[in-house]
Design a protein around this ligand. Structure first.
Ligand code: 5RP
Length: 238
């Protein structure tokens, strides 16, 4: 049986391969997290085995482990400083290439690494393209201390925001609280529609206890979008 991916997995791989064309020897690279970013790591590993010289930083412990298994050395962001390029996945992508990220609970480190990069390319299969952000629950990383009080403050803000819903709750895994790599909690909010993603992203981060929200505003320079038919295309912000 062939190991070649099909369907959405093929779309993710094609997006990863298109982004890989932007990588040159000598670059410092941020490696994103999630199943699409994992494809990028696998494709990159093939080039590294062929002699490509790069210096990589991972956005999660999972990605670090995966990269090391694929033969890619990982450095800390503080050792590398600025990065030339970060390639990462997303949960939703709107026409301006604003994103919801954090489905894997890694958006704090993903945002720090993307912000430290001269270029940030988002890779995804075409199911992630949306006309408006908000159908995917917005992940908000919060400090464990007083998290329920922080949640009340978030809900107050949402009541006065241009969104269609404000239901949310702490993310769990096997009935236990999900903890991020930084040992924080994630609250996921079902907003339905986010009318003002720029304003909401800014306001959320003013709440004490909020560590980082999953809205990535004006960060991606381009999106590489793959499809189940084995094609991929580059999308620029509208
Ligand atoms: C993790 C992320 C991921 O990039 C996002 O959830 C997309 O994951 P996938 O490629 O598996 O759909 O933001 O925090």
């Amino acid at each position: 049986m062939s190991n070649e991916p099909t369907g959405a997995e093929l779309g993710k791989k094609m997006a990863a391969e298109l982004a890989l064309q932007r990588v040159q020897s000598g670059m410092t690279l941020g490696l994103g997290s999630g199943s699409t970013a994992d494809w990028f790591v696998r494709c990159l590993a093939g080039r590294v085995a062929d002699g490509l010289k790069i210096t990589c930083v991972a956005t999660s412990k999972k990605t670090e482990t995966h990269a090391l298994e694929c033969g890619i050395a990982i450095h800390t962001l503080d050792d590398v400083g600025r990065l030339d390029l970060t390639v990462d996945g997303a949960d939703e992508i709107d026409p301006a290439l604003n994103l919801i990220k954090g489905g894997g609970g890694c958006h704090l480190i993903e945002k720090i690494v993307a912000a430290a990069s001269d270029d940030f390319i988002v890779i995804a299969d075409d199911r992630k393209l949306v006309p408006n952000l908000g159908a995917f629950p917005l992940p908000i990383e919060v400090a464990p201390y007083g998290w329920q009080t922080t949640a009340l403050m978030i809900e107050d803000l949402l009541r006065n925001s241009d969104v269609d819903g404000k239901e949310g709750g702490r993310r769990t895994i096997n009935s236990n609280p999900f903890e991020t790599d930084e040992r924080n909690y994630i609250l996921d909010y079902h907003l339905g529609r986010i009318g003002d993603a720029v304003g909401l992203a800014t306001a959320l981060n003013t709440i004490p206890g909020v560590v980082e929200n999953g809205l990535f505003i004006n960060m991606a320079s381009r999106a590489m979008i793959g499809s189940a038919d084995g094609t991929a295309r580059e999308v620029l912000p509208e």
